[in-house]
Ligand binder design. Structure first.
Ligand SMILES: [Zn+2]
Length: 410
């Protein structure tokens, strides 16, 4: 028989001997020491590391490249001190939405997704602001991009009420409309409401929508320097009460770093019971979730890019190896075993968090792979260079052939 694609002499993470990988119709059909059959296309890995492609479970994709459209008020407020002014940052950053227009958003989104292809980031959970200013403009742009990049970068669109639900009357209706248009995931940011009662209402209203549309839930929780924030707990309890086990994700949860120890332990137990993972982005704020302790308590943790050149963070290239490299420093996970954990957090564990099934390199799994110019995870993180080859749904990708590729692609 002939395979569509064979990767020859690949080093895998959890295998001693190098292997050949045979792919047909998007699926890994054979992993063996030597495949004697032919391939219509052949990639010679030459003993280099071949792994699952990269997964980014947290990106504000409607806001990419908007930093230069505004002053640095939001940036200064968000990262200042112990994040006491995080709410002010969100209010300042909302100004850019007064100029929202699908055309420039879509151009920026394409630019960011082409970078994702270049850096082997094939699956993204993308947040689009939905509120009285952004209305459905960002969601529509992301839905369009999702279709354009289908089979190349799989985008899950989150309808995200960035400026609140109780604070912003009419937002719940807009979120419903976004789901009608085809958004995949219901978002939330309950900590931004003024009282715990309103935060609970925020969660309840978003949950009603998630249940009506049978959708997963992704919420930004306890994202300020206040140990008294309780929305991580509220969402975990809600998930347990509603039976939405494994279908809710917590993002940021930076206040966790200030929680008293007994409360933190209680939270770990609730997260475990709710099957709720935590997505952390330690490079985009001065506080971050307690990654090592969460992992040792059995909680699923993954890393996100969070922002690309917007009001909250000035860099970002959809390069999850770069995110991993930064996390190695921010989390002090510098031993070989810890670097393997970091690598899981930008590949297989991030995929689990996004409920992507059969993501691991196995016979019968869809082929989402990168061929790296590295012999090990350590080397890959060290150089955080673009992969030599990126394969999504069994296809070798070419970033020059993507929508809008004639523009610049920094
Ligand atoms: Zn974020």
């Amino acid at each position: 028989m002939t395979y569509d694609l064979i990767i020859r002499n690949a080093r895998l993470r959890h295998r001693q001997a190098n292997v050949d990988i045979g792919i047909t119709k998007g699926v890994i059909r054979k992993i063996a020491k030597k495949i004697t059959d032919r391939g219509r296309r052949v990639v010679r890995a030459g003993g280099r590391l071949v792994t699952e492609s990269f997964v980014n479970p947290h990106l504000h994709l409607d806001k990419v490249y908007t930093l230069e459209m505004q002053d640095s008020t939001a940036l200064e407020a968000y990262r200042g001190g112990t994040m006491g002014a995080a709410m002010k940052a969100i209010e300042a950053a909302a100004r850019v939405k007064e100029t929202y227009d699908e055309r420039w958003i879509l151009a920026n989104v394409r630019r960011a997704l082409r970078l994702a292809v270049r850096f082997g980031n094939t699956h993204i959970r993308a947040f689009a602001d939905v509120d009285s200013k952004a209305r459905l403009i960002g969601v529509k742009a992301l839905l369009k991009a999702r279709e354009e990049f289908k089979g190349t970068v799989d985008v899950q669109v989150v309808a995200f009420p960035q400026d609140g639900v109780v604070r912003e009357p009419g937002t719940a209706d807009l979120i419903r409309q976004a789901m009608d248009l085809g958004a995949d995931v219901v978002g939330g940011i309950p900590w931004i409401e003024y009282t715990d009662r309103d935060a609970q209402r925020h969660i309840d209203e978003m949950f009603d929508i998630a249940k009506a549309y049978d959708a997963d839930v992704s919420m930004l929780l306890d994202d300020a320097g206040d140990p008294g924030l309780r929305t991580l707990e509220m969402l975990a309890v809600k998930a347990i009460d509603e039976g939405w086990i494994g279908r809710c994700l917590a993002h940021h949860a930076r206040a966790m770093s200030l929680y008293p120890e007994p409360y933190f332990r209680k939270i770990c137990a609730l997260l475990d019971k709710a099957g709720m993972g935590v997505i952390t982005d330690p490079h985009t704020g001065p506080l971050h979730a307690r990654v090592k302790e969460l992992i040792s308590a059995g909680v699923l943790v993954a890393l996100g890019q969070d922002d690309i050149a917007d009001a909250y963070y000035p860099f970002g290239r959809n390069n999850m190896l770069e995110v991993g490299f930064l996390a190695v420093h921010m989390l002090w996970m510098t031993t070989p075993a810890e670097m393997e954990t970091i690598y899981d957090m930008i590949t297989v564990d991030a995929a689990r968090a996004m409920n992507i099934s059969r993501f691991e390199i196995k016979t019968g799994s869809p082929a989402h792979l990168v061929v790296l110019d590295a012999a090990s995870v350590y080397e890959a993180l060290w150089s955080h260079a673009a992969p030599l080859h990126v394969i999504s749904h069994g296809q070798l990708l070419d970033s020059e052939a993507l929508p809008g590729a004639k523009g610049r692609s920094r």
